[in-house]
Design a binder for this molecule. Structure first.
Ligand SMILES: O=C(O)c1ccccc1N[C@@H]1O[C@H](COP(=O)(O)O)[C@@H](O)[C@H]1O
Length: 219
């Protein structure tokens, strides 16, 4: 299972996430978050991240020109968008050379029409609670019309205690966490980062042992 640790602001917490086996680390450029960093600091922090680990810049309702400019200065490979971005906006991001993650609140995703869901199927998606970065969970029942067909990340109030059960219930491609690995709002805990990654990996081990891992035939 793919694991992303988001809202990192220091070399120490990034190194801890990488050492614990994170697939991706996130830096927040959305204004108003207690985790916001500037592009220059993000670029400096990113230089210590080994190749193969995805570096994700997180934005919320910022103009696409500004998003691309910040992401270019910060040298992130992936842009995560939490606003009302369209498929045309995603094309602009891809044409500028970035990978993407398009976040939807779970209720909004559930309300999309079948045609709209098909249109978004080609994108990597992230399903979150209504307020991103607030440590709020959503009930799996919110996704009553189904989960995305392609790669998608589960987010929203995950922590070392609930990630395994949530991943088992919703079967995402991966999980993303910010508040749930903090000792206080905006302050990351190295121990919680380690615990979260261990718990997420434990879910996949347990699921594989019982034959319910995505992509494996059930016995
Ligand atoms: O982390 C933030 O501060 C943030 C701000 C604006 C948009 C997204 C943000 N983070 C993303 O929110 C979700 C869930 O976070 P949490 O675990 O519930 O705190 C996750 O995708 C983060 O990448």
């Amino acid at each position: 299972m793919y694991v992303k640790i988001c809202g990192l602001q220091t070399a120490e917490t990034i190194a801890a996430a990488v050492d614990a086996g994170a697939d991706a680390i996130g830096v927040v450029f959305a204004p108003g978050s207690p985790r916001t960093v500037n592009a220059e600091l993000a670029a400096k922090l990113g230089r210590e991240v080994p190749a193969g680990i995805e570096i994700v810049g997180v934005f919320r309702n910022q103009p696409i020109d500004q998003v691309i400019k910040i992401a270019t200065t910060a040298q992130v490979g992936t842009i995560q968008l939490h606003g009302e971005e369209t498929l045309q906006d995603m094309d602009r991001i891809h044409n500028a050379g970035f990978q993407s993650l398009r976040a939807f609140s779970a209720p909004l995703y559930n309300s999309l029409s079948p045609d709209e869901k098909i249109a978004w199927d080609g994108e990597r998606l992230l399903l979150d609670a209504v307020e991103p970065g607030a440590g709020v969970t959503f009930d799996a029942a919110v996704l009553s019309a189904g989960t995305p067909q392609g790669f998608w990340l589960l987010a929203g109030g995950l922590n070392p205690h609930n990630v395994a059960a949530a991943a088992k219930a919703m079967q995402p491609s991966g999980v993303d966490v910010s508040s749930g690995v903090e000792s206080s709002r905006g302050v990351k805990s190295i121990q919680l980062i380690r615990d979260f990654i261990t718990a997420a990996r434990l879910e996949i081990t347990t699921a594989a042992a019982s034959g319910v891992t995505q992509g494996l035939p059930e016995e």
